[in-house]
Design a protein around this ligand. Structure first.
Ligand code: ZN
Ligand code: ZN
Ligand code: ZN
Length: 782
């Protein structure tokens, strides 16, 4: 360090930096910055983030602080920086000190990051020592969360611990000026993990170049299980109809769209028509699956995403994937999570052969262990901005802020698409997408992930939060777990939690008018809710409660759960409720039902036998899809609604053209909710059908009518409550047409509208909302 000039005052500051600052090249960045500013001191990781002491002339310390924020590495995120003046120690040098492993954990483990441009260049450079090495990475990219056992994030705590670095890698790792300084997964072909190919019988297939062999097999139509970052993918050539069909049959997954990986943006443009927003989303570091409009001439097999005009596409994010696409014959690959239907994704080599042996023709394996399962994340541009649909790789375990201080607590989420949330202070940590909690495999994944995140963030819950539904596996598990630990339980109504999630994400405490538009959730009256206008106030005297201002009028679900799998039953129930003669030849023909079936269903409804009542908007969409598109039975959740949205994709947004939802006024003074009746909607829709109107037009008028109906209900709620802020949440908000129409209509009415961006509006966001309601309730009670 240079001698400070006489007029310069020596100053030393102790800095505590919180956020994502470990495993992202933060220490070498600070080291370089200190060198450039000719400052002394040190930096070290601690379990709370990083600690820095910096010493030198005051103005250079100031410059250092400015640059610390402005020039931080791409994967770093500074959430807070505490700075304290301390006495100078007259040091000469700046050092990087060893990690400490004590104290309360509040640092984020970094999320997994896609291969950076520098690494990609090396991968394809025949003169580079890492030419075609499928595991190269640096401090700006590579696996993080999925290979980490615990923090602090250091190599011995990762699945790279068993690979001893060669001299060349070690030299990079030790050199603060190198891009790989303290890059924990640093490796090369000499010292790091390797790939090999295994047949369905579990025996290695000898091959000089397993990747080239994999490509040949894919191009020949084989199904290959490829080990990735957060788990195995099942892959086939996406342009090969027969291969895609074979994958579907073996995976027993018929209708659900499959994600497609393409080489780069040009390749994405050849199969889809991505908007500029879609394109920037495709290139973000998590490399999510993005829903984009499919091209007619895409060349992608129809079986990849039957019945819908979109394709879920994504770009390679691991070097191994880049190597597959380095062969120009590979255009597009189906890359779907390797599992059977909704089971957790497969991560272990042995487990893969056992579970996928019947599906895959061969396995491209490697020996870098995946310690945390993590599916690919899914996003879509909704109403002009990105929205998270499935939160997983690239996002976990980054924290999401909370609008209020929370005691340490666990919120277990719902039933489908489960995600749990651990909360403490002003942060919530959401788990990765865990899938459906319907069986023990799902529950095992839940437990495994919970143990890991509790350990990682050192959170010992002091309360447990669950859904109101007594029958959910998550509810009974929560009750048992809380009883074992003698912890208080908080239950939160499903649609209340959805709205709270949207409020929290937007840092609102309320009161708001909440539009909770959803599939199914258990209501406080024991009925199945999902088309709700709620008044929610997290800052009020009783934040555990909400008011129900309005809801879709109840209709029967003949056969209960069966009506979810068979939308024609839902249509039957809805038309019956709307006063149609459901045994008439017209309705029977429309629903493709036999007179006998109609008789049974009618008896169920009128005898109130296994025909629970629902106010769900998701079910209204199902019913409409059954009537308009003949979608009588679904293969996957929300298929009918997605197809109805798809059918209208080229129709202009025209809120005024909608069918009528009628408001049957309640009495706000006695808290009697307004009912939103779909009776006129059905009359008008069936009239259009009789007159042979275009299906796309009918689907468009249906969306517009639903949006206008809820805008009207919200306007009525404002008259009674004076509230002008709206929070929109629930699974139906995945419907982009509906989200657009609602926002436009509400803003035209002068409302301030809030929606989800970083948290899923669907049940993936439920536990976050549960946590917020519980935190507010516990705070109000204390
Ligand atoms: Zn890199
Ligand atoms: Zn090496
Ligand atoms: Zn829901």
């Amino acid at each position: 360090m240079s001698e400070p000039e006489r007029h310069e005052v020596l100053c030393r500051k102790a800095l505590t930096v919180r956020g994502v600052v470990q495993g992202v090249g933060f220490r070498p960045f600070v080291f370089r910055l200190a060198a450039e500013e000719k400052l002394a001191g040190f930096i070290g990781n601690d379990t709370g983030g990083v600690t820095i002491e910096i010493e030198g002339p005051a103005e250079r310390v100031e410059a250092f602080l400015r640059r610390l924020h402005a020039e931080a590495p791409p994967l770093a995120r500074i959430d807070s920086l505490l700075s304290q003046e301390i006495p100078p120690k007259q040091e000469e040098k700046f050092r990087i000190v060893a990690s400490e492993a004590h104290g309360q954990v509040s640092t984020g483990i970094p999320a997994d990051a896609a291969t950076c441009a520098d690494c990609l260049r090396e991968l394809l450079d025949s003169h580079d020592r890492r030419y075609r090495y499928p595991f190269l990475n640096c401090t700006n990219c590579g696996p993080r969360y999925t290979i980490t056992r615990r923090i602090p994030y250091d190599r011995p705590q990762t699945s790279m611990a068993c690979f001893k670095m060669c001299a060349a890698c070690q030299a990079e790792y030790d050199d603060p000026a190198n891009r790989r300084f303290h890059a924990q997964p640093n490796a090369c072909a000499v010292c790091g993990p390797r790939v090999w190919l295994v047949g369905a019988d579990g025996n290695e297939i000898p091959s000089v170049d397993p990747i080239a062999e994999t490509i040949n097999r894919l191009l020949a139509g084989e199904i290959i299980a490829i080990k990735g970052i957060g788990g195995f993918h099942l892959s086939v050539d996406a342009t090969n109809e027969t291969a895609v069909m074979r994958l579907r049959e073996r995976k027993r997954r018929y209708g659900k769209p499959l994600a497609v990986m393409v080489r780069d943006l040009d390749a994405a443009r050849a199969v889809c028509a991505p908007t500029p927003e879609d394109e920037s989303l495709l290139l973000t570091v998590p490399r999510p699956i993005v829903l984009a409009r499919r091209r007619e001439d895409s060349g992608i097999a129809a079986a990849v995403a039957p019945g819908i005009p979109w394709l879920g596409i994504f770009l390679p994010y691991a070097p191994l994937q880049h190597l597959l696409f380095a062969d120009s014959r590979v255009r597009a690959l189906v890359m779907t999570s390797a599992n059977l239907s909704e089971e957790p994704i497969c991560i272990d080599n042995e487990e893969a052969i056992q579970r996928l042996g019947e599906i895959a023709d061969a396995f491209l394996m490697h020996d870098r262990k995946i310690l945390q399962r993590c599916d690919d994340s899914v996003m879509a541009v909704v109403d002009g901005a990105p929205q998270l649909i499935r939160r997983a790789r690239g996002f976990v375990p980054l924290s999401v802020p909370l609008p209020i201080d929370s005691p340490p607590l666990l919120a277990v989420g719902g039933h489908l698409k489960n995600v749990f949330t651990l909360a403490r202070g002003r942060f919530a940590y959401q788990s990765q997408h865990l899938g459906d909690l319907e069986n023990l495999t799902g529950l095992d994944f839940f437990r495994e992930s919970l143990a890991h995140l509790m350990h990682t963030f050192e959170i010992e819950p002091e309360a447990v939060v669950h859904d109101l539904h007594p029958g959910y596996l998550s509810t009974s598990w929560a009750k048992e777990w809380a009883a074992e630990r003698n912890l208080p339980l908080v239950s939160v109504q499903h649609h209340h939690a959805h709205i709270a999630a949207c409020m929290a994400e937007n840092l609102l405490s309320g009161p708001v008018i909440g539009l909770s538009l959803d599939g199914t959730g258990y209501g406080t009256d024991g009925k199945i809710w999902g088309g709700e206008v709620l008044i929610v106030d997290l800052g009020g005297p009783d934040p555990g409660k909400f008011e129900r201002f309005a809801h879709l009028d109840y209709v029967p679900m003949p056969g209960g759960e069966a009506a979810i799998r068979e939308p024609w039953r839902m249509a039957f129930g809805a038309l019956h409720a709307a006063g149609f003669d459901v045994e008439s030849p017209e309705i029977l023909k429309l629903l493709n039902a036999k007179p006998r079936e109609a008789r049974i269903l009618k008896r169920m409804i009128e005898g109130e036998l296994n025909a629970p009542l629902t106010s769900s908007l998701g079910r209204l969409f199902d019913a409409a899809a059954a009537v308009v598109l003949g979608r009588g039975v679904v293969d996957y959740e929300a298929q009918a609604a997605i197809e109805l949205e798809g059918c209208a994709v080229d129709e202009p947004d025209d809120l005024g053209s909608g069918y009528t939802l009628q408001l049957l006024q309640g009495d706000w003074n006695t808290r009697k909710p307004t009912r939103i009746s779909a009776e006129p909607l059905w009359q008008e829709l069936l009239k259009d059908l009789r007159e042979g109107a275009d299906k796309a037009r009918i689907a468009s008028r249906f969306h517009a009518g639903v949006a206008a109906g809820f805008v009207n209900a919200a306007a009525n709620a404002r008259i009674e409550t004076g509230i002008h802020q709206i929070a929109m949440s629930g699974g139906c908000l995945h419907n982009r047409r509906l989200a657009r129409l609602l926002r436009a209509g509400l803003e035209e009415e002068g409302f301030q509208v809030f929606q989800h961006r970083n948290v899923s509006p669907g049940d993936g966001g439920l536990s976050y909302g549960q946590a917020v309601v519980a935190a507010a309730k516990l705070k109000a009670e204390s």
